[in-house]
Write a protein that binds this ligand. Structure first.
Ligand SMILES: NC(=O)c1ccc[n+]([C@@H]2O[C@H](COP(=O)([O-])OP(=O)(O)OC[C@H]3O[C@@H](n4cnc5c(N)ncnc54)[C@H](OP(=O)(O)O)[C@@H]3O)[C@@H](O)[C@H]2O)c1
Length: 266
């Protein structure tokens, strides 16, 4: 499969992005926006979705928005099936995500927080990816990308649900990649470090090796185009992942417990 997937046929190339209303998803939508492309943007916030769609159209693509809460997995699956029946999806980017941390002074995250993060970061994206993979495998082509996080590779005491949900997503994604390769469907796991978006802007404190959302979108689109199994960026986080694997876990945990991470409310 080539790095430049856009066709010159009469049928527009169709890219669906969940989380298309903000941050990395919006930057990816703008990256793909060009004549001959149709963007379907999912999110919850109608006015931000409309704003991104207007920018997409100004770049010569066509766009459609859909407001949907990904905590409702059945509704999301129904919407995906209908969208693909109406207009075959060439690239599915599952970018929506929630990044909550333990409330200050609490011993754990709340049960409600953990449930919501599990649905948005894991249950719904793996459900949608599976449906899309089965459809793409039948037509012998297509690309799926799941946006995880470098948090998947670390036991984050203040964000157990975030690191746990992203770890599950990471294993799912590489396993699906293994299953789909013989069927000409690429499944790409994206593991970003800090990207300058509303999500990371809520964090108080340093955001080392920060990458702009535009640069992240360029790297992600290239990895999707190449059909890579995994993109982790920026590179210092690959070293952190390696160190975490070789240093005894008790020491890593002691260090991670000292990290003072806070987050402003959304
Ligand atoms: N920014 C970083 O530093 C960073 C680092 C590693 C991984 N990531 C991952 O990158 C992805 C994109 O994050 P971002 O930084 O671009 O954050 P963002 O700007 O906050 O965007 C998050 C997106 O997810 C959507 N979303 C959240 N909950 C939803 C729900 N219940 N139903 C439907 N849509 C929902 C939001 O839609 P609405 O706003 O319309 O509700 C928004 O479009 C996430 O999966 C995140 O975990 C980000």
């Amino acid at each position: 499969m080539s790095d430049a997937p856009f066709s010159s046929s009469d049928t527009p190339f169709h890219v669906l992005v969940t989380g298309g209303s903000s941050g990395i998803g919006a930057a990816l939508a703008l990256h793909y926006a060009r004549p001959g492309t149709h963007l379907t943007l999912w999110g919850r916030n109608q006015s931000r979705l409309k704003d991104v769609a207007a920018q997409v159209v100004r770049r010569g693509a066509t766009a459609e928005i859909f407001s949907l809460d990904l905590r409702k997995t059945d509704a999301a699956l129904h919407a995906l099936r209908k969208t693909d029946d109406d207009r075959q999806i060439d690239i599915l980017i599952l970018g929506a995500g929630l990044g909550d941390i333990r409330p200050e002074g609490a011993l754990t995250e709340t049960a409600e927080q953990v449930h919501e993060i599990s649905l948005v970061n894991f249950t719904t994206p793996v459900t949608l990816a599976t449906e899309m993979a089965s459809r793409m495998a039948l037509r012998k082509g297509g690309r799926i990308a799941l946006i995880g996080s470098v948090a998947a590779f670390h036991d984050l005491p203040v964000a157990t649900a975030y690191s746990g949900s992203k770890a599950g997503l990471a294993r799912f994604s590489t396993a699906l990649h293994a299953a789909m390769t013989p069927h000409h469907v690429s499944v790409t796991l994206i593991s970003p470090g800090y990207v300058d978006t509303p999500m990371s802007q809520r964090l108080e404190g340093a955001r080392p090796f920060l990458v702009s959302s535009q640069k992240a979108a360029r790297m992600i689109a290239r990895a999707i185009g190449q059909g890579r199994a995994h993109l982790l960026f920026p590179w210092p986080f690959a070293i952190a992942r390696f160190l975490e694997m070789i240093v005894p876990r008790a020491i890593v945990h002691r260090l991670l417990r000292t990290a003072d991470v806070r987050q402003r409310p959304a």
